[in-house]
Design a protein around this ligand. Structure first.
Ligand code: TRP
Length: 330
């Protein structure tokens, strides 16, 4: 039997190439090897201020992107977290074995508590417990994630150990599959690519938009004139070259940069064309899919039904362990 993996993306806005390179693109290669469940984790996206009216559109957008990028519903399961109620039910149960102190020291909680001072809600703090429930509900053996998610996964493993020790062995401890390209910096070269920082290339961007953004994107800050030699290792865009360009192009740009043989604009032109070449078919396919809503609906309905089956079985086992499988009610 193939080992199962689970991962998900929050439908918190348009997906950018950080989501694509750090998650979806890597998932495509895992579909043949593992029994995959890919979630659209809408309840996670409620932990910071959000627009309820736009939720449906964001979920549809996320599903269309998954499909357009190459996640194949014949090979994997696509689902919506809130539609399988066992995710939240199991979260409650896991809450009872999760010390508050563990959640307080999670880096994303500390960071978001600072950014959203007026809304430090229990959900924000409990975010990793819901994530643990997402993963272990399917008894996933592994979880493909970016490095920034490692503290969450470590917490999942601790919660699993606590649960198994308290109630008896039930869940495997999930391992991380670290994804390359998972830490994509924004076009400002400063922070992680993030919609709220306005430093993104979106999967939906047209070749013109890609070029417009790249042409003003930060490169090696020391390289001011075209005649100054640069250092590809500190150029933020060079890291994108390594993900989108051919070996020859990478070598050509690195050499050209070091010797001031080519200017940043020339280098950006090559990168821009390569990114456009990779994203255009996805953008076009996504547009087609969005005109075929019944297909998207069918894929998700089927994925949710499949997930539900696994979830129902797991939760029954959980009831048995925690003592709420009341025989007198049978
Ligand atoms: N926290 C993840 C992120 O923001 C999203 C997520 C939620 C997730 N549940 C998950 C990832 C379960 C992997 C497994 O990227």
């Amino acid at each position: 039997m193939r080992k199962r993996i689970f991962s998900g993306i929050q439908p918190s806005g348009k997906l950018h190439i950080g989501n694509y390179l750090g998650a979806i693109k890597n998932w495509i290669g895992l579909q043949d090897e593992y029994d995959c469940v890919w979630g659209i984790v809408d309840y996670h996206s409620m932990t910071i201020p959000y627009d309820p009216e736009g939720m449906e559109g964001r979920v549809i957008d996320c599903a269309a992107t998954y499909l357009a990028a190459g996640l194949d519903p014949k090979k994997c399961v696509l689902m919506i977290q809130s539609k399988v109620k066992e995710h939240t039910e199991l979260t409650w149960i896991l809450n009872t074995v999760t010390p508050v102190s563990w959640l307080e020291r999670v880096p994303t909680f500390k960071d978001k508590s600072k950014r959203f001072k007026d809304n430090i809600n229990m959900g924000l703090m409990d975010y990793p417990t819901l994530m643990a429930a997402d993963i272990i509900l399917y008894k996933a053996h592994a979880v493909p994630v970016g490095e920034d998610q490692l503290p969450h996964l470590e917490l999942t493993r601790e919660i699993v150990r606590r649960f198994n020790n308290t109630f008896g062995d039930l869940f495997p401890e999930p391992k991380a599959i670290i994804q390359k390209g998972a830490l994509i910096r924004g076009l400002d070269g400063q922070a992680k690519m993030s919609k709220s920082l306005n430093n993104c290339l979106y999967i939906d961007d047209t070749p013109e938009e890609i070029w417009k953004k790249l042409s003003v994107a930060v490169t090696d800050p020391q390289r001011i004139r075209k005649t100054d030699p640069g250092d590809p290792e500190v150029c933020n865009l060079f890291s994108l070259h390594q993900l989108f360009s051919t070996d020859e192009q990478i070598a050509y740009c690195a050499e050209g940069c070091r010797t001031a043989g080519i200017g940043c604009l020339q280098c950006k032109k090559i990168l821009s064309e390569n990114i456009a070449q990779e994203l255009t078919p996805i953008r076009e396919e996504k547009q087609k899919l969005l005109n075929n809503m019944s297909y998207i609906k069918d894929v998700l309905t089927e994925g949710i039904a499949h997930s539900q089956k696994i979830a129902s079985k797991t939760i029954e086992e959980v009831y048995e362990k925690i003592g709420t499988n009341y025989k007198f009610m049978k």
